[in-house]
Write a protein that binds this ligand. Structure first.
Ligand code: SAM
Ligand code: SF4
Length: 474
């Protein structure tokens, strides 16, 4: 029978978020521009920033300095990540929930929510629909409920990997679900998950208490804060953290994320694999005051400052945001986006063209199809990528050397991204997207240095295009 996991903390769990300290940093007067520029230089040298340094960037709000921060974020993204953007899709599995988070349509007191959990067969149907349009990476999303215990999550993960349609397959399944105990993480790890994501929602203690009613499981701040540390201790070395922007001062949440990333690095020798920064969206039955609403300008600042603070951590920009803003913010250091997303349970086959508010957790800002998003990325000069090589070759966590090895991106990441792009163009793209993609691949090849490695890449691209081979990787 399914039960909720025990709420045992990691033996070394500590609450490392000191609200008074963070608030003190943010109440400092405007910094000296020379100091801001020094910090920008440190980050351009790819050194992670201290919380205190991130706070200096957050208090620099003169237009000229903000523009310099934007410029530096663009530059750092180019240096560290090149211009690849990894694509994935969210797959909502179940909307039952024992918690009562005030911002979420799945909260238990929302009597109007349509509660549903996909059966394994229904899940397979959703995965088939996603594979048919070209997705290779998914994140499974769950409410918190005894139905979704670790064994059940593991069962869903295995079911996803088992679905193959034509050349389609899912090569990486990530999870966004409630925190587990050590044993729970071990079970889901055995099923072959990629990243385990847990968003702290808000790092501010009083706001956390006000938005997660006492008596619910999620009300336990430390249990949640410690959630990704337990995951790491149990062997899930790819973890994702995040904050839900709009519950409290956005600058405080950025400091919380930076403090969390540093804590993981210090304690486990490896920081988070990704950071997410969802902005609060309208949701069924949710009415929140907009005191802490984050403007588009501040949203851009927060992405840019996160990029500069944690140079090696992937940043995920979701379809909660509207298309034009996504396009703009992408340049500030985003490394992953979702595309073609639907978040109604069963939405990939049942929802039609419009969103159904009563059936989803919140309203999305961008429901364009994958092909359209891919074409836009190509026209902006990005390489859309579905690469899963590092994770599948065991290059994860502390072994994840992507950025430490000089030339790694040129030798591995760019060729692997181009091969996954070629698969997409050959199997799924519309004619205009295919033409744009072929042109981009030709341009990328022209920039690669001549030699055996390039010759091998050209051969492999042909094996994909004409030979029908798939899943080749360096
Ligand atoms: N139930 C699990 C949990 O709370 O950890 C899984 C996550 S929930 C299904 C996915 C995430 O969506 C939450 O962590 C929260 O940050 C975000 N979310 C919830 N309500 C939202 C809203 N109204 N607008 C935008 N994001 C929201
Ligand atoms: Fe449940 Fe997660 Fe929504 Fe909170 S955010 S009500 S835990 S689904």
């Amino acid at each position: 029978m399914s039960t909720l996991t025990t709420m045992t903390l990691s033996p070394r769990a500590t609450d490392f978020i000191d609200d008074a300290h963070l608030e003190g940093l943010l109440s400092a007067s405007r910094p000296d521009p020379a100091h801001v520029r020094q910090i920008i230089d440190k980050s351009l040298a790819k050194e992670p920033l201290l919380v205190e340094e991130a706070a200096v960037l957050l208090t620099a709000d003169e237009p000229e300095l903000v523009e310099e921060i934007f410029q530096a974020a663009r530059e750092l993204k180019r240096r560290v990540y090149g211009h690849r953007i990894v694509l994935f899709a969210p797959l909502y599995v179940g909307s039952h929930c024992v918690n009562d988070c005030v911002y979420c349509a799945f909260r238990r007191s929302n009597g109007t929510a349509i509660r549903r959990t996909l059966s394994l067969d229904e899940l397979r149907g959703q995965v088939e629909a996603l594979e048919r349009v070209g997705h290779k990476r998914l994140i499974l999303v769950f409410g918190e409920h005894p139905q979704y215990d670790a064994d059940r999550i593991a069962e869903y993960v295995r079911a996803v990997y088992g679905v193959k349609v034509g050349h389609g397959e899912i090569r990486r399944v990530n999870i966004n679900a409630a925190p587990l105990d050590h044993e729970g993480y071990r079970r889901v790890k055995e099923a072959g998950i990629g990243t385990y994501q847990i968003f702290m929602e808000t790092y501010h203690h009083a706001t956390y208490a006000a938005t997660h009613p006492a008596g619910t499981r999620k009300a336990d701040y430390l249990y949640r804060l410690d959630g990704v540390s337990r995951a790491m201790e149990a062997g899930c070395d790819d973890v994702g953290i995040g904050a839900l922007f709009g519950l409290h001062d956005w600058r405080f949440e950025v400091l919380g994320l930076v403090a969390h990333a540093r804590h993981l690095q210090e304690r486990h020798g490896v920081g988070p694999h990704t950071i997410s920064f969802p902005r609060l969206r309208p949701a069924a039955g949710v009415r929140l005051d907009d005191r802490w609403r984050v403007s588009d300008r501040d949203f851009k600042r927060l992405v840019a400052i996160l990029r500069l603070s944690v140079p090696y951590t992937g940043l995920i920009l979701t379809a909660r945001e509207r298309p034009h803003l996504r396009r703009e913010v992408m340049a500030f250091g985003v490394s992953q986006i979702d595309a073609g997303s639907r978040i109604e349970i069963g939405g990939y086959t049942e929802a039609g063209d419009a969103q159904v508010m009563g059936r989803e957790q919140f309203l999305l800002g961008d429901i364009r199809g994958l092909d359209e998003v891919v074409r836009e990325l190509l026209s902006d000069g990005y390489i859309p990528s579905w690469c899963t090589s590092c994770y599948r070759l065991g290059r994860t966590g502390e072994h994840f050397m992507e950025f430490a090895i000089p030339g790694f991106i040129q030798r591995f990441c760019t060729p692997n991204a181009l091969m996954t792009l070629m698969e997409y163009l050959t199997d799924y793209a519309s004619a205009p997207t295919r033409a744009a993609g072929e042109a981009l691949i030709a341009e990328e090849l022209a920039h690669l240095p001549e030699g055996l490695h390039k010759a091998e890449l050209v051969r492999r691209l042909e094996r994909i295009r004409r030979g029908g081979e798939r899943d080749l990787r360096f």
